[in-house]
Design a protein. Structure first.
Lengths: 117, 115
């Protein structure tokens, strides 16, 4: 079975500082990896995804993540954060070829990113 | 309307009531999902429909009953709920592709409070 661990439940950062949100996963098979963001009173929005190819993935709003197969990690980074980045961030893993073409996502517990002025 | 919509956005119901949550996707997808998001817990996958057929039921109590009449609509029928069922219920959709390589698009959720 797959599992996802987000190592920090809360991360406070000052505006314009860099940030890294950590994500580790466990799986015995090849996976796809995703980062989603949830702003207050909204659903989840895709930030970026790793399917194959280059291990450095760039997403929306200046975020990027690096897939590290040997460390089974997929950490999310941004070099300079803004107040508007305050939100909950979720890492998720999907196993290939499941359930008749639909996708079974397993989510981490989430990391609340708070940007302070 | 664009993307994934959910109605109502907020719902308060007693334990003896019957209510339904509605989800509609305008993206041409053919897989739809129900998730439960409780405080301090990871998102829990409840049900999955692919090509209008239920393909996953994640050990959800029978007081939750899903319905998918077509590829654009998904319902969650609720009856005799418990206070611990209070949560944000999220609907999502995606393409149904065997590789599973497509992202899911989420609606804004229905905030359910059971009194």
């Amino acid at each position: 079975a797959q599992s996802v661990t987000q190592l920090d439940s809360q991360v406070p950062v000052f505006e314009e500082a860099p940030v890294e949100l950590r994500c580790n996963y466990s799986s015995s098979v090849s996976v796809y990896l995703f980062w989603y963001v949830q702003y207050p009173n909204q659903g989840l929005q895709l930030l970026l995804k790793y399917l194959s190819g280059s291990t450095l993935v760039k997403g929306i709003n200046g975020f990027e993540a690096e897939f590290n197969k040997s460390q089974t990690s997929f950490h999310l980074r941004k070099p300079s954060v803004h107040i508007s980045d305050t939100a909950e961030y979720f890492c998720a893993v999907s196993v290939r070829g499941l359930i008749q073409g639909a996708q079974k996502l397993v989510f981490g517990q989430g990391t609340r990113l708070t940007i302070n002025p | 309307e664009t993307g994934v919509t959910q109605t109502p956005r907020h719902l308060v119901m007693g334990m003896t009531n019957k209510k339904s949550l509605k989800c509609e996707q305008h993206l041409g997808h053919n897989a739809m999902y129900w998730y439960k998001q409780s405080a301090k817990k990871p998102l829990e996958l409840m049900f999955v429909y692919s090509l209008e057929e239920r393909v996953e039921n994640n050990s959800v109590p029978s007081r939750f009953s899903p319905e998918c009449p077509n590829s654009s609509h998904l319902f969650l029928h609720l009856h005799t709920l418990q206070p611990e069922d209070s949560a944000l219920y999220l609907c999502a959709s995606s393409q149904a592709v065997q590789s599973g390589a497509y992202e899911q698009y989420f609606g804004p959720g229905t905030r359910l409070t059971v009194t």
